[in-house]
Ligand binder design. Structure first.
Ligand SMILES: Cc1ncc(COP(=O)(O)O)c(C=O)c1O
Length: 385
């Protein structure tokens, strides 16, 4: 058959297949131990699966309300109030979304106009910039130093112009595993106070935080909360990334505008899954146990690397560990990651593609949200290097 003669102009001419897909495919082809993508390889709580089945059996199989099943929004509101002492009205200030990705995409689409600037901290999770560009905005990048991945707030302040419409923050941060301290949040609040900037606060790893550290949600700070979409992911919190369910919380006027886009993009989210989340979320043990659960995995992983030539970057949260490999090789992270998969059968993520200009930090990202036996297998390989 002749190929199509249709012509079109790509709205994302520079977008390539993501590094996750490229690495994932290579890992599968080589049957590698896979610590690349950020999802667990252990099973979901049986109770949660039963709750979805119950919801289906009980007839919740048609559209849920556009903003999300009210019972779920109510428990989300109670949870945020209990943890962060901030009350969001479930009627007007919380919307259930198809994962955090859709919340982020929708907030950008609803507010970013042609010519607007959006500040993004790099290395950054890869869904932010394409969404900004699709809406005619310009990502303005603040590259974090590889020595700690901490924000220099003076550099950030200098990036703000009259065109700055939005700032995207992510704490705990993927891929570095660093977190914003209370002081960071206060600095951000002071800098943005005189501006008209909206914030997307990507907090998908809110419950994965270690060593007695605290998660400082944007919702805890009065001025920040007045300008923020706080985005969360049940996929990350309950080991169900494939269910693609999350939510965002924001002041009513911002949320009203958000919903104008949301209703035409997705209308509503999987109904039985929402019902299951509403029931499961009531028991706080289902998420308060998470820091310890993942800290044990992090510690198993870093303990096992003790006598290797890898240097560990601090991981305060998320389920990622960055390893500096510069004592082993001078290869680029993409070359080294590829060689690890093909020759050693271990997959990780090279993070240069998340840096400005593909800056080489000499580090690879490993996901430790895996069964202990998978982590042991990976350690056996890493110890040979
Ligand atoms: C920082 C960050 N934000 C957002 C997401 C997407 O979350 P969801 O799967 O709920 O769309 C991820 C997933 O890896 C992430 O790491």
């Amino acid at each position: 058959m002749a190929s199509s003669k249709l012509t079109f102009t790509s709205k994302l001419p520079n977008a390539k297949t993501t590094i996750f897909t490229t690495v994932g495919n290579l890992a599968r082809k080589n049957n590698a131990v896979d610590l690349s993508q950020g999802f667990p390889n252990f099973e979901v709580d049986q109770k949660l699966r039963e709750l979805v089945t119950d919801a289906m059996e009980n007839g919740h199989n048609q559209y849920a309300s556009m903003q999300g099943y009210y019972g779920l929004r109510e428990v989300i509101s109670e949870k945020i109030e209990a943890i962060h002492n901030k009350l969001y009205n479930p009627e007007t200030e919380i919307t259930v979304t198809v994962g955090a990705t859709q919340a982020i995409f929708t907030a950008i689409t609803a507010f970013v106009n042609i010519g607007d600037e959006v500040i993004v901290f790099k290395p950054a999770y890869d869904c932010y910039e394409p969404a900004i560009e699709l809406n005619g905005g310009t990502p303005i990048c603040v590259q974090l130093d590889a020595n700690g991945y901490k924000v220099d707030w003076k550099v950030f302040k200098n990036k703000i112009t009259k065109k700055t419409r939005m700032v995207i923050i992510n704490t705990p941060h993927n891929p570095s595993g660093r977190i914003f301290s209370k002081d960071d949040m206060l600095r951000l609040q002071e800098i943005l106070r005189p501006t008209n900037c909206i914030i997307i606060s990507d907090e998908v790893y809110e419950h994965i935080i270690f060593d007695e550290n605290e998660h400082y949600s944007a919702s805890r700070f009065e001025d920040l909360s007045q300008r923020s979409f706080v985005c969360a992911s049940f996929g990350k919190t309950f080991h169900v990334t494939g269910w693609k369910i999350g939510y965002c919380a924001a002041p009513a006027d911002l949320m009203q505008e958000f919903r104008k886009t949301h209703q035409f993009a997705v209308f509503c989210v999987d109904h039985p899954v929402q019902r299951s989340m509403a029931a499961y979320l009531v028991n706080e043990e289902n998420y308060f146990g998470l820091p310890l659960f993942y800290q044990k995995k992090r510690d198993l992983f870093i303990e096992g690397l003790k006598d290797t030539r890898f240097k560990l970057k601090p991981s305060d949260g998320t389920y990622f560990q960055l390893l500096d490999y510069t004592d082993i090789t001078e290869e680029t992270d993409e070359d080294f990651a590829k060689r690890l998969i093909v020759d050693y059968k271990l997959a990780s993520i090279p993070i240069s593609s998340f840096n400005v200009g593909n800056r080489q930090d000499g580090v690879l990202r490993f996901c430790f949200a895996k069964k202990n036996e998978t982590l042991e297998e990976a350690l056996d390989i890493l110890r040979t290097l």
